[in-house]
Design a binder for this molecule. Structure first.
Ligand code: ADP
Ligand code: ZN
Length: 729
């Protein structure tokens, strides 16, 4: 047992956020320090952040060991979080400092509380309005009574601070002193919730019972879109709050909508803490602190919220658990859904995985009895699942560069007559996926990546969807220098928007694609407006499929249902099935029944037929059988090794050497495949190859991977990243 407190001068081990694999020794400072304390320590000439991790190792010249500079004003990290970081680090083969950085992303961590000036709407209106003044007042109105700092307000409104100061003098903006870290309003679990249906009530009771048990357990909450999964898991949150424990609801970033927060507020009478990329620096600091002090009862956040320093976490909900955005693909490669289960298991919390179309992994875990299962089979109220059918594109008469078939066109026209909304779904951002020279056939590609540049007419640029690099659309072909020969090939949502506007000139058409809005906030505002009926036809990418509610929508048209089925990825069927069912679920949520049609060139494809029939169990079963036969997840284990370098020869040489010297892998019965070009073969000028390792279940895969990769030195520009449970294989 390690002691909980160290006296001044004791030898302690500190884990810093600097890239060393292990702890460094220090002396406890004057006044001593607690195990888990956040501290500032000297490192060479610098001061760095660290956490007291245990008793010092003492394998170093004792007389040279330096003292901790100061203990920061933050609640010490609990044992439970430290062991979570260790185990998550072992699982993902990530050094602990990198894991630690995931939970110290709060700016000003440990600074003493201080006061600051904040601004909110004032009482009077200025006599003379300018554009700048209007923007400031609009931003404050949007905040609904919440206040902003001078810097935040100036940046959001796009004005200089003097404009705001001017408005303060006129009384149109009020300025006040406020402590930086105010507590969150109390959430009351005992306010009246909605009256649940029989199925919902039974599901809620089972979840609440789990929360009351106080021991770890995971439940897969499955139910079609609109069946009330959210209502049900909010009751589990309520029970968790009644127990005095903290709850965390994870959502895919894009689904973190005002609509969701409003629902939480309606249920509990106050807003929860939020944690995602749109949260200001000041707010992050406050959330981190309140969570650490146990004073934030509920956090609603994106995947990184999993690394907040909860004091007594009782429940983690992972909504849309199948969503691929839970996998972090840069830096530390982790899947937040799996890490949520790990964290909960360590601290004795419950997990709810909610989805209309669970991942095959979770489905298999439920089948195997590792997870409990709750099913909601009916949509709430009068809403029924949409009628689904296909449009056989081989039989449709469609001119070149047109994507809306006559049959689909008639279906949309019918909605327009009735004043109902239609959604046309195409999972391709931009105007056209390919820009080709009609003289020489050259396709414009990114200079740094192995990807075609995608034309975005809205931005008036060609954009690389891999690295974000963009450039103006050239007049002459970069290869043969022919003038005005560059042509757009294939559809993106912007181009589809043009086609639809031409087909229905009197309709209001809205194109919803993440790159068309300046910020996540304006995008969310637009989505809310559309939900209220400001558009007749919505054209959208994947982002409309996620968690948004469009009550007036009765038709979903999938432009290219075959898109996801191309390629050799073993997960393609699962992905397409999930996405199509998810998109279709947008139709007919209210009293009006919905219809979902899919344009396809292969209506007899088994995946397309499974989507139509909606017979999920048999789809999962046949998918599961295939995966089992192939020995891949969830019936086997996979890891990807991504090697990258600016020098293409160098990466292949290393890849080949690794593939040959695979004794450490063979010993556990694992096989290595590759090297092959990675799913994205070149990014930001770096060439990437991937080796795939396939291992049976139940072997020590991580240890074997560490031993195997450890044999190779990474010279020069070479980098190696290990991706446990890769998304594609
Ligand atoms: P899901 O999360 O499964 O998509 P939601 O919880 O969002 O479903 O429910 C869909 C809609 O039906 C929401 O507008 C929700 O408020 C409403 N709803 C669901 N169950 C009830 C209920 N028991 N009483 C009132 N409204 C409900
Ligand atoms: Zn690029």
């Amino acid at each position: 047992m390690s002691p909980g407190f160290f006296n001044e001068g004791d030898l302690i081990a500190v884990m810093t956020t600097q890239p060393f694999a292990s702890t460094l020794d220090y002396r406890a400072p004057e006044g001593g320090c607690l195990l888990g304390a956040f501290v500032e320590v000297p490192l060479g000439p610098r001061k760095v952040l660290g956490v007291v991790w245990g008793v010092g190792v003492g394998d170093f010249d004792i007389s040279k060991i330096r003292a901790v500079i100061r203990v920061l004003d933050a609640v010490p990290m609990r044992d439970e979080l430290r062991s979570f970081l260790e185990r998550a680090g072992n699982y993902t083969l990530t050094p602990l400092p990198a894991m630690l950085r995931l939970c110290t992303r709060a700016p000003g961590l440990g600074d003493p509380p201080s006061m600051r000036k904040v601004y909110r709407s004032g009482l009077s209106e200025p006599d003379r309005m300018t554009d700048a003044r209007t923007r400031v007042l609009e931003v404050l109105r949007d905040m609904g009574g919440l206040s902003l700092t001078l810097k935040e307000l100036a940046e959001t409104a796009g004005v200089t601070p003097s404009v705001i100061k001017g408005l303060v003098k006129l009384g149109a903006v009020s300025e006040e002193e406020s402590p930086r870290d105010t507590a969150f309003a109390h959430l009351d679990p005992d306010l009246d919730g909605k009256a649940l249906t029989g199925d919902q009530a039974a599901g809620a009771e089972a979840l609440m019972c789990g929360v009351r048990s106080g021991v770890y357990g995971t439940t897969l909450l499955r139910g079609v879109t609109g069946s009330g999964k959210t209502e049900v898991y909010l009751e589990a949150v309520a029970e968790c709050l009644r127990q005095g424990r903290q709850a965390l609801v994870l959502l895919p970033e894009i689904a973190l909508s005002a609509e969701f927060l409003n629902r939480v507020e309606a249920r509990f009478g106050a807003r929860p803490a939020e944690w995602h990329s749109g949260v200001t620096v000041t707010e992050r600091r406050r959330v981190w602190k309140m969570v650490g002090e146990g004073r934030a009862q509920l956090v609603v956040g994106a995947r990184s919220a999993l690394f907040l320093p909860f004091q007594h976490l009782g429940l983690v909900v992972v909504d849309e658990e199948h969503d691929t955005s839970y996998k972090q693909e840069e830096g530390v490669l982790y899947n937040a859904r799996d890490m949520a289960v790990l964290r909960a298991a360590i601290c004795g919390a419950r997990v709810v995985l909610a989805s209309a179309t669970p991942s095959l992994e979770s489905w298999a875990n439920a089948e195997a009895g590792k997870y409990d299962r709750i099913e909601l089979t009916a949509r709430f109220g009068a809403a029924v699942m949409p009628v689904m059918r296909t449009i056989d594109m081989r039989a449709e008469d469609l001119p070149r560069d047109r994507w809306v078939s006559p049959t689909l066109q008639r279906a949309v026209a019918k909605r327009l007559e009735k004043g109902e909304q239609s959604l046309l779904f195409l999972n391709r951002r931009g105007y056209a996926p390919v820009t080709i020279c009609r003289a020489c056939g050259h396709q414009i590609a990114c200079d740094h990546c192995d990807a075609r540049m995608v034309e975005h007419r809205f931005l008036k640029r060609l954009v690389c969807h891999q690295c974000g690099e963009s450039k103006p659309v050239p007049d002459v072909c970069p290869s043969c220098e022919a003038e005005h020969k560059l042509a757009a090939v294939g559809p993106g949502v912007e181009r589809l928007g043009e086609e639809v506007t031409a087909l229905f000139p009197e309709a209001r058409v809205a194109v919803l694609s993440s790159d068309m809005y300046g910020s996540a906030r304006t995008m969310k505002a637009e989505i809310e407006a559309i939900a209220k009926g400001t558009a007749d036809i919505i054209i959208g990418t994947q982002l409309v499929a996620k968690g948004h509610n469009f009550p007036l929508l009765t038709l979903v048209g999938v432009i290219d249902a075959d898109l996801g089925l191309q390629g050799s990825d073993l997960r393609a069927a699962e992905r397409t099935f999930q996405l199509m069912r998810q998109v279709a679920g947008r139709a007919g949520r209210a009293e009006k029944p919905g219809e979902a049609v899919m344009q396809t060139y292969q209506p007899e494809h088994p995946v397309i037929r499974a989507i139509l029939s909606g017979d999920e169990e048999s789809f999962w079963r046949s998918e599961a059988a295939e995966r089992r036969a192939a020995g891949v997840p969830p019936y086997g284990r996979m890891a990807g090794i991504i090697l990258s370098s600016t020098d293409v020869q160098e990466v292949f040489d290393l890849g080949n050497a690794m593939a040959r010297q695979d004794a450490a892998l063979r010993r556990i019965g694992a096989q290595v495949f590759g090297p092959a070009p990675a799913p994205v073969a070149r990014v930001r000028g770096r060439h990437r190859v991937r080796l795939l390792v396939k291992a049976p279940k139940g072997v020590a895969l991580q240890a074997a991977l560490a031993e195997w990769t450890g044999q190779f030195r990474l010279r020069g520009q070479l980098r190696l990243a290990i991706d446990i449970d890769p998304q594609s294989f």
